[in-house]
Ligand binder design. Structure first.
Ligand code: PLP
Length: 401
């Protein structure tokens, strides 16, 4: 008899956002025509910028003629995109990066979920809590051991450095869901811990484009020693509205080593290349051409303007949450606002109340992990006017209660 991977039974029954969608669908069915404002999802709403559209149209035209047609691309992604990343994302930070440290992918979700393929099963993994659910779920699927690192207001939502020895640590800054950012000195503590413990940091900086404060690190590699202990994930999804286009990249420095069972060093960059060339056939030529356009002068200015729009929406949300005394976090250098539920009610109770009484959808904090209980997340990706209306509805509901 064929047996299923029983590790799946350790997962929550449904992916968080499916659970939310189900509740919203049930409400809509009962209340046809209800005007629901969705402040819960992490998808962007602004269209692609003109520089990207132009580049992608041109790429489609390339594929229409046999002498410029592109089929399967190189395993690591096109060199012109990897070189643009080195020059555009890392050189300005003073970080030395080689194009062969970079692997282009179809977005950060796949690689943050798949990266465990190159590590031994049973790895002890430290995951900040609350957290983007993909790290937890994919490690549970592999049968890995998960240790939660609690992130709270007391530690600035950046977790205390563990006393125990962990093999892998997932960090995400600017953070989803809390919107917290990490200081250079705190990130250095994490890198120092990893170097000393022989641990590997998985650094997800999918939201780095939202950083506006010059003191906040954009990359883990801004910290000395990180090339020996960290993998970094980045994405064009939130940087340039590529949630539907699909393109991102993973950095695995060529000097990054782990050990095999007999203690012999193993090169992770080489292992990942082997894994990708076996299981992945690349992001499309059209997506990669679109991503390249993000680094053009026009592309930079246009994508920055889009992010500025979201950041202004985030400021408005944060201000309203402050007015309600809900102690908001984030919303500055990040698209997410993390706030306390009123009167300490549970995250799901608040979600239901808001849906039923105000027809506003937020994300319940407990869906991101145990430490998220008593919080909720609002995103700044919705339309500005709809967001303002949602704020009014939330305020009216809480004031009337
Ligand atoms: N990492 C974080 C923290 C995210 O919030 C998301 C998406 O919401 C992703 C990665 C995945 O993004 P994508 O696969 O679109 O690049």
């Amino acid at each position: 008899m064929i047996k299923a991977n029983l590790n799946f039974s350790k997962l929550p029954q449904r992916y968080l956002f499916l659970d939310i969608a189900k509740r919203v669908a049930a409400y809509s069915e009962k209340h046809p025509g209800a005007d629901i404002i969705r402040m819960g999802i992490g998808d962007v709403t602004k269209p692609l910028v003109p520089a990207v559209i132009e580049a992608m149209h041109k790429a489609v035209d390339d594929c229409a003629a046999s002498d410029t047609f592109h089929g399967y691309g190189p395993e690591r992604g096109y060199l012109w995109l990897r070189e643009a990343i080195v020059k555009g994302d890392y050189a300005p930070l003073g970080v030395k990066m080689d194009a062969d440290d970079i692997f282009i992918n179809d977005g950060a979700k796949s690689d943050t979920g798949n990266i465990g393929d190159i590590l031994a099963p049973g790895t002890v993994v430290g995951i900040t809590d609350p957290v983007y659910p993909v790290y937890v779920d994919t490690n549970l699927m592999r049968g890995n051991v998960i240790k939660y690192i609690t992130c709270s207001a007391e530690n600035g939502f950046t977790g205390d450095i563990p006393k125990e020895k962990l093999d892998v640590i997932y960090l995400c800054y600017p953070n989803n869901p809390t919107g917290a950012v990490i200081t250079r000195s705190k990130l250095k503590q994490w890198v120092d811990y990893a170097l000393e413990a022989g641990a590997l940091i998985m650094y997800d900086s999918a939201y780095e484009a939202f950083i506006r404060n010059a003191d906040i690190p954009h990359s883990v590699y801004e910290i000395e020693g990180a090339r020996k202990c960290a993998i970094e994930f980045r994405s064009f999804s939130k940087t340039a509205g590529f949630t539907g286009v699909r393109c991102g990249y993973t950095v695995i420095p060529q000097e990054l080593m782990v050990k095999d069972e007999s203690g012999q060093p193993v090169n992770l960059n080489a292992l990942w290349e082997r894994r990708q060339s076996c299981k992945f056939n690349g992001a499309s030529y059209i997506s990669q051409r679109g991503a390249l356009a993000v680094y053009s002068e026009k592309g930079r200015a246009q994508t920055r303007a889009t992010i500025d729009y979201y950041l202004e929406t985030a400021r408005i949300i944060r201000m309203n949450m402050e007015e309600l005394g809900l102690e908001p976090q984030g919303g500055e250098n990040a698209p997410y606002i993390w706030a306390k539920t009123p009167n300490g009610i549970t995250s799901w109770d608040f979600f239901d109340e808001l849906l039923n009484k105000a027809q506003v959808v937020v994300t319940p904090g407990s869906g991101f992990g145990p430490a998220g209980e008593g919080y909720f997340r609002i995103t700044s990706f919705a339309d500005r006017q709809r967001t303002i209306e949602a704020m009014e509805r939330i305020k009216n509901m809480i004031k009337l209660a």
